[in-house]
Design a protein around this ligand. Sequence first.
Ligand SMILES: Nc1ncnc2c1ncn2[C@@H]1O[C@H](COP(=O)(O)OP(=O)(O)O)[C@@H](O)[C@H]1O
Ligand SMILES: [Mg+2]
Length: 333
Amino acid sequence: MSKLESPIDDLLLSEEQANNLTYFAFAKANQAESVLAPTKASIGALPDVLAGRYHLERLLGAGGMGAVYRARDLLHEQFGDPDPYIALKILSEEFAESPDASALLYSEFALTRRLRHDNVVRAHTFEVDTDCQRAFITMEYMRGLTLDKLLCERPLGLPWKELRDIVLPLLDTLAYAHRRGVLHGDLKPSNVMLSEDGLRLFDFGLGQAEQGTLPGLPHLSRERFNAWTPGYAAPELLEGQPLSASADVYGVACVIYELASGKHPFRRLPSTQARDEHLERELRAPKNLPQQGWQALRTALSFNPAERTITAQQLRDALGATSSWLQRLRLRA
Ligand SMILES: Nc1ncnc2c1ncn2[C@@H]1O[C@H](COP(=O)(O)OP(=O)(O)O)[C@@H](O)[C@H]1O
Ligand SMILES: [Mg+2]
């Protein structure tokens, strides 16, 4: 029987468990009266209203460990907020009882919150609904198009003047995250949104803090949950090496290549297979990418981390320089 299934009083009685934030969060404290009582479950085993406040409205996406819903914050709405919508990420039923999974969700929250950047999704709160015993994150509700959907609409890729408005902020954001000691771990088109309020990087679910950053986060065994995306994860990750800034650079380089050409650089194959089949020999500069940026992107796409000698900031500078070089040319013409 998992610890979360034990009677709530037992949780409070055990000092060891009370010291463990994951368990502690689930203990049914003397809850203040909710603004609104939870109503009966209607979305799977979830109630309509979580924590007496968040009314689940629509499923936005479901992934490996959880699901994301659009919800209305009834408390804010009650006080007249004209836009009470939030997004709510909650563990799926299967993982809800695993303290490790809750701690991973908390880690996602803590990593996201560490980043205060216009182009990173804003995390609001980490909470637990004590009735259904589920942990969840609330965050800004983004309205827009993820890059994978954009690619469906633009199968030939984007011309540089459109591309640079995505690629440069994306690289700025990644370079900022790396400076803050936050590694994303899952750079891919479906984790970047072109929202009404600009580009947003989100889903730090596979993210990690660099050593020394956020030392209070519990040390988590991620093996059971690790689910790198094979087509975007660097080969060393698929071979069990720890996440690094360089692995993020590989992922973002795949995204940039794909946006520029409409095609994944290595036919979406797992990077280890692409490496073993020497697919780098077939790589061609996407025509939408200015020639001057190609060397840098090619370096970022190196299978061998020892040859991937470029940071997110350097890749940004290389592509940004290209942009201003072109702008100067245009101005002269
Ligand atoms: N804050 C948000 N606002 C709007 N949609 C979101 C938000 N967060 C996630 N989504 C949608 O839900 C999908 C899954 O979210 P994500 O955080 O990537 O979870 P997973 O870990 O399952 O990939 C996203 O691709 C996106 O379409
Ligand atoms: Mg995702």
